[in-house]
Design a protein around this ligand. Structure first.
Ligand code: EPU
Length: 443
């Protein structure tokens, strides 16, 4: 339906909330060509928060042109930073004042959970941080207990009041030994960013060791932080009095690279993925090889060839270097058209299997029981309207749409835009039939 149209004498005017975008995919094309991956969303948002730790101008490079960066930049501006972004050059400069303000409000936090990452740096720099509680989201309940316990061990007082998490300190934070119950990415980052300016030595045991954590550690070291055990599950931090601004290049996005790799295995064809690190995807590429793909490491990335129908592969999500939960929907999509039966086990986010209902709409044979999904591969899927509930579910649905017969319409594609820069233009260049359309909501 058009945005405004007339029927007889009655004039119908569509209201803005009735107009929405969708992705429309006509399945069946092979994917052939080259793509270049930019910096990782799940790193750059934290690097932006880390910039708060030093007064002055920090420059970040390989910054992806995605909505989440826009939200984080807005948050930093509200904290008093001057943020300049050159989208073409993929750079972002954050000029941090001597004393940033310390409140992150709900209107931004609800759009960007990663806002919680300003908690540690603001507490360390300003002495207090008021960050709106983000609540749960479409992939699960998302606890903060380890962030809070860890900051308290460093000497902070943390309380929840009127929807805000309020962390304060009297005097400097002090070093402590923190054992995380689980290698939480967000808790490791917050504690790391608080501990770099604490007095004395902090040890974080059972720390997360994702490549994005290593990236933050590398940036913090270039700012003057004293860190040991980088890349291991025991991080040692010798607090320093102050840090200096820096110039840092964001680690490539392994999840975007992984998305392309699964896509070509499903659709068939050959993609060279540039600015990617195959080592960061070791378990994923190994699974794709088991599924029948050919993978070659190149000088700045890797090449994946998918020639025939993939074979089913079992997957169990775990913290790095285990299989990433963020590629779980992609593997459900792949297993849906693979030969054989696969079990996918999700150990991180309880609601991530909501996506399965959309796959069933496309004709997939998937049954879930608790945190297991049993997928019986079918010869084909059939295009249908489906809804993207989060970034990764959205990407999984795009991949499914590429191999489904007929047209798949993906509603709520703004979720995908939060994490994938130029996804559609890249797909089109590789040969896919995908368009972004504006439609009216008749519901
Ligand atoms: N958890 C707690 N208590 C805590 C911290 C975490 O119970 O104090 C639980 C969470 O509820 C969740 C699990 O531990 O069930 C994992 O949480 P973690 O802290 O490791 O994840 P996160 O920092 O919230 C980041 C990424 C996610 C990614 C996970 C796991 C960002 C912005 N987000 O989330 O990415 O799935 O690590 O690798 O870095 C995405 O990009 O689509 C995405 C969701």
């Amino acid at each position: 339906m058009c945005a405004s149209c007339s029927v007889g004498v009655n004039v119908y005017v569509a209201y803005p909330w009735e107009v929405m975008e969708v992705f429309e995919i006509v399945g069946g094309a092979r994917l052939v060509g080259e793509v270049r991956v930019t910096g990782a969303k799940n790193s750059v948002l934290k690097l932006m928060a880390a910039a708060l730790l030093a007064e002055g101008a920090t420059t970040l490079r390989e910054v992806p042109d995605i909505l989440d960066v826009t939200y984080m930049a807005e948050l930093l501006r509200r904290l008093g930073c001057v943020v300049e972004r050159d989208v073409d050059a993929r750079t972002l400069t954050i000029d941090v004042p001597e004393m940033p303000s310390h409140q992150a409000d709900y209107d931004l936090v609800r759009k960007l959970r990663a806002s919680i990452n300003v908690l540690g740096p603001l507490l360390a720099r300003c002495g207090e941080a008021h960050v709106a509680l983000p609540g749960g989201d479409n992939i699960g309940s998302r606890g903060l207990d380890m962030h809070i316990d860890g900051l308290e061990r460093l000497g902070a007082s943390v309380r929840s009041e009127h929807g805000f998490l309020i962390a304060t300190r009297t005097g400097r934070l002090h070093g402590a030994h923190v054992w995380l119950d689980f290698p939480s990415v967000g808790a490791t980052e917050n504690l790391l960013m608080a501990a770099v300016l604490a007095e004395g030595t902090t040890v974080i045991d059972n720390a997360a060791r994702e490549p994005e954590i290593v990236d933050i550690c590398t940036m913090l070291q270039s700012m003057g932080a004293q860190l040991g055990g980088v890349g291991s599950s025991t991080l040692t931090i010798e607090g320093v009095d102050s840090l200096s601004p820096t110039d840092h290049t964001t680690v490539p996005d392994r999840l975007v690279a992984g998305t392309w790799a699964v896509g070509v295995v499903m659709a068939g064809g050959e993609i060279t993925i540039r600015n990617a690190n195959a080592a960061h995807l070791a378990i994923v590429l190994d699974k794709l090889t088991d599924a029948g793909a050919h993978v070659d490491v190149t000088s700045d990335g890797f090449r994946v060839v998918g020639e025939s129908r993939p074979r089913s592969v079992d997957v169990v999500t775990l913290p790095y270097p285990g299989f990433p939960t963020d590629l779980q929907p992609h593997f459900i999509a792949m297993n849906s058209i693979a030969s054989g039966t696969a079990m996918v086990t999700e150990n991180l986010f309880e609601a991530r299997f909501r996506f399965v209902n959309e796959m069933v709409r496309l004709g997939a044979d998937v049954r879930t029981d608790g945190h297991h999904a049993l997928i019986r591969g079918r010869e084909s899927l059939s295009g249908a309207p489906v809804e993207a509930a989060d970034i990764r579910a959205g990407a999984g649905l795009v991949l499914a749409g590429l191999v489904a017969s007929g047209t798949t319409t993906i509603y709520e594609p703004h979720h995908i835009d939060r994490g994938y820069e130029g996804f559609l233009p890249d797909l089109v260049r590789l040969g896919a039939d995908v368009t972004r359309k504006v439609v009216s909501d008749s519901s």
